[in-house]
Design a protein around this ligand. Structure first.
Ligand code: ADP
Ligand code: MG
Length: 464
């Protein structure tokens, strides 16, 4: 069987690079950029075949359709088979997208680590997509493969960020933004289906199955998620990060519909709120306004109209990175081959959060870039003092010191674009309004599952 690995950079290509990019030196360590082939055994033909299969957008309803844990064996098998029906095409498509990057990028050690991770994960799925998962023993093995998949790809963000920062002299920034946006959005869905099966399995087998089931949880989905609770929890974490970094922690007030609840994925909401609070806290402290509280207002609009939501989505999209979120554009986007978002569901309950800070706002020259991956104003002074080139080294240093645990206050430049990708994944959005010289308002809208009440009442195995 053919081994699918990152190709070595042919000498001709090296010479051609030097001819066309003589103003930019070929990376001196290019020979180390070619990696040993991965142990993956999926053939190129197989990757092409899988990548050509249609991929349909994932919806929150897909994730709850196997019922509430503890699941019966038949439902667990059905969840496993549903999961495996989605993953190979998604992984193969990512492998092809990585291969299609300019050679200089895919040969970078960090990017090729990601590439090899995808090859590895696709090969671990081979035994399961070739024939249906029919026994609980097979389902156990499949669940182990899901755990491996989630683990293998957990460090993707800092690794990818580092790889693209190292290559950024050699590729068009618009191409990077497009690739990263598609890749990271697809990754959200891939992880989610794997994590959902894992969570359903855990809650349905062993000791957990004997305990009283949690009526609000369907795997990774919380049917009664309270934004106010998530905000307080994230405030605690971000406050600690601030105390470590700056020695102070601003206060935070929550107002509006503080009792609101809806059905969503806590992991996603936590990610977004943490990133938005880090930005608000950092700006508040760095502008010397740490006595001014950050204000978070919660609004719940169960019958929000599609038109309103679309208007908000339009607001949230910056010019240079524009998707067409008009009704036609949206439908086209949802059905296009690269789309990996759930459809807009106007009947679903909708929550809007406004995070308001007195951190001085965003200077106009920075505003145009805030939605680009890797754009950050963090640590620029230190980087300049150390002779770095305006942000690159700051980014690399921050990645090196912070890892993937979201525990540094800023520096990766992924907080806003990735939060927006999470919000948009299930039909929400993020809009930012800066009052330069005063502060910033960030509006986060999220849609829940339409039939929350039915879902809460649904017995195990009920299809919603
Ligand atoms: P990072 O926080 O790692 O820099 P982000 O994507 O979260 O990356 O933010 C990008 C940039 O946008 C920040 O570096 C900062 O300059 C600006 N920014 C974001 N939110 C705010 C805010 N609330 N107030 C002021 N500036 C902000
Ligand atoms: Mg940030």
């Amino acid at each position: 069987m053919l081994k699918a690995a990152v190709p070595r950079c042919p000498p001709l290509l090296q010479r051609r690079w030097q001819t066309h990019h003589s103003h930019q030196p070929f990376p001196p360590d290019i020979h180390q950029w070619s990696h040993p082939p991965s142990k993956a055994t999926v053939s190129d033909d197989e990757i092409s075949r899988l990548a050509a299969k249609p991929r349909r957008p994932l919806t929150l309803a897909d994730l709850v359709k196997h019922g509430k844990p503890p699941l019966r064996d038949a439902d667990l098998l059905s969840s496993a088979n549903f999961t495996v029906s989605l993953l190979p095409a998604r992984l193969a498509h990512r492998i092809q997208a990585l291969r299609n990057l300019p050679f200089i990028v895919v040969a970078n050690p960090n990017v090729s680590t990601i590439y090899n991770n995808y090859l590895h994960s696709l090969s671990t799925l081979e035994p399961f997509y070739k024939k249906p998962i029919e026994t609980i023993e097979e389902e156990m093995k499949f669940t182990e493969a899901m755990a491996d998949l989630v683990r293998t790809h957990s460090n993707t963000i800092p690794t990818m960020a580092k790889g693209f920062l190292q290559c950024r002299k050699y590729i068009d920034p618009a191409e990077v933004t497009k690739f990263l946006d598609q890749h990271l959005r697809a990754r959200i869905g891939t992880r989610l289906v794997a994590e959902q099966h894992l969570a359903l399995h855990m809650a349905s087998t062993g000791e957990a199955a004997k305990q009283k089931p949690d009526p609000n949880h369907v795997g990774v989905i919380d049917l009664g998620l309270r934004p106010a609770d998530v905000i307080r929890q994230c405030e605690g974490f971000v406050g600690e990060v601030c105390e470590l970094k700056y020695g102070v922690r601003p206060s935070l007030v929550i107002d509006g519909d503080t009792d609101a609840e809806f059905a969503h994925i806590p992991m996603h909401l936590e990610y977004i709120i943490t990133e938005l609070l880090k930005n608000a806290f950092r700006a508040t402290i760095e502008s010397g306004n740490e006595r001014e509280p950050i204000e978070v207002t919660i609004a719940s609009a169960p019958d929000v109209s599609t038109t309103k939501l679309q208007a908000l989505r339009k607001l949230s999209v910056s010019e240079e990175n524009a998707y067409d979120f008009s009704q036609d554009g949206l439908e086209e986007y949802c059905s296009s081959s690269d789309a990996d978002i759930g459809p807009l569901n106007s009947a679903a309950p909708c929550i809007t959060l406004r995070i308001r800070d007195r951190g001085g706002g965003i200077p106009p020259e920075a505003l145009a870039n805030i939605w680009s991956y890797s754009f950050t104003t963090f640590n620029n002074e230190q980087a300049a003092a150390a002779g770095g080139d305006n942000g690159t080294d700051a980014g690399l240093n921050t990645i090196a010191s912070s890892g993937s645990d979201q525990s540094s206050i800023a520096g990766l430049g992924y907080g806003l674009p990735l939060s927006r990708a999470y919000a948009e994944y299930f039909g929400g959005g993020i809009a930012l309004q800066s009052m330069y010289g005063w502060g910033t308002d960030v509006y986060l809208t999220l849609q829940g599952i339409g039939k929350m009440e039915e879902a809460k009442r649904a017995p195990s195995g009920y299809e919603i």
